[in-house]
Design a protein around this ligand. Structure first.
Ligand SMILES: O=C(O)CCC(=O)C(=O)O
Ligand SMILES: [Fe+2]
Length: 341
């Protein structure tokens, strides 16, 4: 795995060559090894041959832009935090440059429809919903495939033993995110989304060509995740870090937006982040076999906890309007590093 300094002087971070997994093929032992290493060290990797046609992205992209370019009042009153639907997160909640629309599974069609009906004429609303249904169900399928791979790298026999029994009630939701690139930023980068960990088992991200997704290495260095047309980014979330007893890493990450001088005339960055999560009432407790697998000893890193309690903890501990604040993670909530259980 090669990591080298990036040439651009405006970015004080490194680029890393993440493993690229072809998920249309069974994985070769050598690929499994490098993936296992990356999941332990970075918690990030790329996938290719995922079967999402480019036209699907293009169409979602252009309809999403139509939604985000509607007047702020319309988005807020129809979909905002005080509306019935609550699917729209306006600017100045996650950051001044971030706004998003949530589409929840498994009925992605119904979820997208309820938001789109409030904004679009019938025909466009139907098209938007159908596209999101297609995207959501493809992401669901890919998430399951990724979990099979991750359980395989955790240890022999663990996939057969635990995929069905532990992950069968997982559910997914999608966040369509629009980042506004501020023209006043000059050569300075700004944080579009501050440092955080995801509360999912795995997250699958499509980022457009603007890039800017970065994760923090164990040594505390920011690493750039370069955008590429053909690949999707996968990162491990807190739920899987806890369930795997930290054999899979949920890295802190963020999104930086380029200053206006660092390239192009683009005024926005669009990403689609799909979160594959345990059900709310799931008790997370790493199985004995997972704790014992490999050479990491038998120390448990977490006490058992209920998923929804952690989600609530994150909600309470995240301070609105404090964009610079480091958010708490699952270690702060359920870490038991000093105690043998
Ligand atoms: O926009 C991106 O590229 C990543 C978004 C993200 O990290 C998140 O929504 O949790
Ligand atoms: Fe994230």
């Amino acid at each position: 795995m090669a990591a080298g300094e990036e040439s651009s002087s405006s970015r004080r971070c490194s680029v890393v060559q993440l493993p690229v997994v072809d998920i249309s093929q069974p994985l070769q032992p050598s690929s499994l090894l490098s993936l296992a290493e990356a999941c332990k060290q970075w918690g990030f990797f790329h996938i290719i041959n995922h079967g999402i046609p480019r036209q699907l992205y293009n169409r979602i992209y252009s309809l999403s832009q139509r939604i985000f370019s509607l007047p702020a009042d319309t988005k807020l009153s129809q979909l905002g935090p005080s509306s019935l639907l609550k699917t729209y997160t306006p600017h100045f909640i996650a950051s001044p440059f971030f706004e998003s629309l949530r589409v929840s599974g498994p009925d992605f069609l119904g979820s997208a429809h309820s938001s789109a009906d409030a904004l679009f004429a019938t025909e466009l609303a139907s098209e938007f919903s159908e596209l999101l249904q297609e995207y959501g169900s493809k992401m669901t399928e890919i998430s399951k495939r990724i979990l099979v791979i991750l359980l395989t790298i955790l240890g022999e026999g663990l996939e057969e033993k635990f995929h069905e029994s532990e992950f069968q009630n997982c559910h997914g939701y999608l966040r369509i995110i629009n980042y506004t690139i501020p023209p006043a930023a000059e050569s300075e980068e700004v944080e579009g989304l501050g440092m955080h960990t995801d509360m999912s088992c795995v997250t699958i991200v499509y980022q457009d060509q603007i890039g800017g997704l970065q994760f923090k290495s164990e040594g505390g260095e920011w690493m750039d995740v370069s955008p590429s047309e053909e690949t999707l980014v996968v990162n491990i979330g807190d739920m899987l870090q806890a369930w795997s007893n930290e054999k899979l890493r949920s890295s802190e990450h963020r999104v930086v937006l380029p200053g206006s001088s660092s390239g192009g005339a683009a005024s926005c960055r669009l990403s689609l982040a799909f979160f594959w999560c345990f059900e709310d009432e799931k008790v997370i407790w790493a199985p004995e076999e997972v704790v014992a697998a490999g050479c990491c000893g038998r120390r448990r890193a977490y006490r058992p906890f209920v998923c929804s309690d952690y989600l609530r903890f994150r909600e309470i501990t995240s301070e609105r309007g404090r964009f610079d604040k480091v958010s708490f993670t699952v270690r702060d909530f359920a870490g038991a590093l000093t105690k043998l259980i």
